[in-house]
Design a protein around this ligand. Structure first.
Ligand SMILES: [Zn+2]
Ligand SMILES: [Zn+2]
Ligand SMILES: [Zn+2]
Length: 331
């Protein structure tokens, strides 16, 4: 497996040389895509990507089970290929709904979230002068500490007058990659602004980190769509996770309350808002107010839930494998 963040540009790795298989840097060009990241949509490629994400989820679920996190394990194991039973409080009927777990580590939900975020970032950046920035710090043993350190340093750095003048606002993502000797925690940002000389960026970033030297990569954000997708990258890309499942599960626990993604400066609260999902409607009566997954039924039915459950669900299963799409043979 490649040793460094494959699309991040560069000396990321402060403790060693980039591996020989690292993507070559091309001056003035956006980082290359991770292999397989943006091949055409649909067809065999789509099925392959889904299969890879399901496999990643299965491996993560196994690691979660071993760590005693059985609920997380079940959510990840079921996502994307099962259906959950829903119950309607208005007409009293049940129906099956495709299940998505929305867990942060989920490779399937993460890729959907990535599409949505990337579209919002692209919309925001349209017509503005934006550049792409990668800030790195030395390897850390503790991932939560690494995130706290880089976040604090980024705040200090942006408040420096010289940086404030050059960087108006933008969107950042903190990326945590497991390495044999700890965590490689670094920050990517797409920012709007003017000229920021590299030597000043390097010097001030090291000062913000309170170390002698630190690496910064700055470049024009050509290929905005690709950059936006990268910036919206989800936590668990299959290629990063392979072999490190247990560490990702542990990382999730360490970073429960940490945001790894956000806007800053003039972009804060200016990014187009995520569309609120339209509430699901009962296929029998069209009601949207009392149509809920059985797993959350007690929240809606309160005291009556036990009765509702007995009458409507009884001993029938509440999850089932998702039926194959029409026109495809069952496996
Ligand atoms: Zn990176
Ligand atoms: Zn999911
Ligand atoms: Zn209904």
């Amino acid at each position: 497996m490649s040793a460094d963040c494959p699309t991040c540009l560069d000396p990321h790795d402060l403790s060693s040389q980039p591996p020989p298989d690292a993507a070559p840097r091309v001056a003035g060009r956006p980082p290359p895509l991770v292999p397989g990241q943006s091949s055409g949509k649909g067809g065999a490629g789509k099925a392959q990507r889904l299969a890879r994400r399901l496999a990643t989820n299965a491996a993560l679920a196994e690691a979660a089970d071993r760590a005693g996190k059985h609920e997380v394990a079940k959510a990840l194991a079921d996502c994307g290929h099962t259906q959950a039973l829903w119950v309607c409080g208005a007409c009293g009927k049940t129906s099956w709904v495709d299940y998505y777990c929305h867990h942060r580590l989920c490779a399937i939900c993460g890729s959907m979230r990535q599409d949505e975020r990337a579209a919002r970032i692209t919309a925001m950046a349209q017509g503005r002068s934006v550049r792409w920035l990668t800030l790195t710090q030395p390897r850390c043993k503790d991932v939560a500490e690494g995130v706290a350190t880089i976040r604090a340093a980024f705040g200090r750095w942006r408040r420096l007058k010289v940086i404030k003048n050059a960087i108006v606002g933008g969107v950042y993502q903190i990326e945590c990659l497991p390495k044999p000797d700890g965590w490689h925690v670094h920050l990517h940002a797409l920012f709007e602004g003017g000229y920021l000389p590299k030597p000043i960026a390097w010097k001030t970033w090291a000062a913000a980190l309170k170390i002698e030297t630190a690496s910064v990569n700055l470049q024009g954000a050509m290929g905005l769509g690709k950059i936006a997708r990268y910036l919206a990258k989800y936590t668990c890309k299959p290629s990063d996770v392979a072999g490190n499942e247990a560490r990702y599960i542990a990382m999730q626990a360490d970073l429960t309350h940490s945001r790894l993604w956000g806007t800053f400066g003039t972009w804060h609260n200016a990014l187009p808002k995520a569309k609120k999902p339209t509430p699901r409607a009962c296929p029998h009566c069209g009601d949207t107010t009392g149509y809920v997954p059985v797993a959350r039924g007690y929240c809606y039915f309160g005291r009556d839930w036990a009765d509702v459950y007995d009458q409507l669900i009884g001993n029938s299963p509440t999850t089932r494998p998702r039926p194959p799409p029409q026109g495809e043979a069952a496996a």
